[in-house]
Design a protein. Structure first.
Length: 255
């Protein structure tokens, strides 16, 4: 499940590093305008993340609640992503105001596409992971995000070292965009093949129904939630006793 977050972090690492260079060096926008465009993703995130998170909560398809947004958002992002360097190169060869406007419009659509699946990608893990293992699952998701950023940095360092791009009037980023798009597509494809969301979610719900003691937070009668110390001690015992048939099945999709 961390693969979805890996693809997201790979994209954002490239976006934050390359897009400002295109805006300032190819389209010759000043720092005020380029900064405003770069800040647009944060503004959109305020609306898109809660909206699509809530929308995915209410979705029920054969693919599950989250997977349609993850696969659809990634597909749209991969397509739109590869249009950007085409317009970048075209504008450098033959500047035209229309090309710059089209670049900004596609960039906005790309940000919307990325916003459609970030919340569903994060919500997928608790949907299919038993409560006692969710902390571990969250740690793995964050680790995979860091791996995605490191992979991009390593690829960019190999493809575009300073010795190669220093002094160039224009840099063709099309190969880099293709590689990042490939990472995104392959990551989500592997996720789609290996994680059967509806089956895993149903199995997780049935498992947690058999173990109400896994719900450590209980109401103390005054509206405050307290932890059941006895249930907390029993979780380790239950996981150990059922580990042979439970943990391999749960851990495999996560890693």
């Amino acid at each position: 499940m961390g693969l979805a977050f890996l693809s997201i972090c790979s994209f954002w690492q490239m976006y934050d590093n390359v897009v400002p260079l295109i805006l300032t060096k190819t389209f010759h926008l000043n720092e005020t305008f380029s900064g405003a465009i770069m800040a647009a993703d944060n503004v959109l995130a305020l609306f898109l993340l809660p909206f699509f998170g809530t929308l995915s909560d209410r979705t029920n398809t054969k693919l599950g609640k989250r997977m349609p947004y993850i696969t659809g958002g990634t597909l749209a992002a991969v397509i739109l992503l590869n249009l950007l360097p085409i317009l970048d190169n075209s504008y450098y060869a033959s500047p035209a105001a229309g090309k710059m406007v089209l670049f900004i419009v596609i960039l906005g659509c790309l940000l919307v596409a990325m916003g459609t699946y970030r919340s569903p990608a994060v919500a997928l893990m608790p949907d299919v992971t038993p409560k006692p293992l969710r902390s571990r699952g969250n740690a793995i998701i964050n680790l995979m995000g860091a791996v995605g950023g490191i992979i991009y940095l390593a690829i960019a360092a190999v493809m575009y070292p300073n010795s190669k791009v220093l002094g160039m009037d224009h840099v063709d980023y099309q190969p880099l965009f293709l590689v990042v798009a490939g990472i995104m597509a392959v990551s989500v494809l592997v996720l789609f093949i290996t994680v059967r969301e509806p089956a895993l979610a149903a199995e997780n719900q049935a498992l947690e129904a058999k173990h109400p003691e896994w719900n450590l937070a209980e109401d103390d009668g005054s509206g405050n939630e307290v932890r059941d110390a006895h249930a907390h001690k029993d979780i380790g015992k239950h996981l150990f006793e059922r580990g042979h048939d439970l943990l391999p099945r749960v851990d495999a999709p996560i890693t």
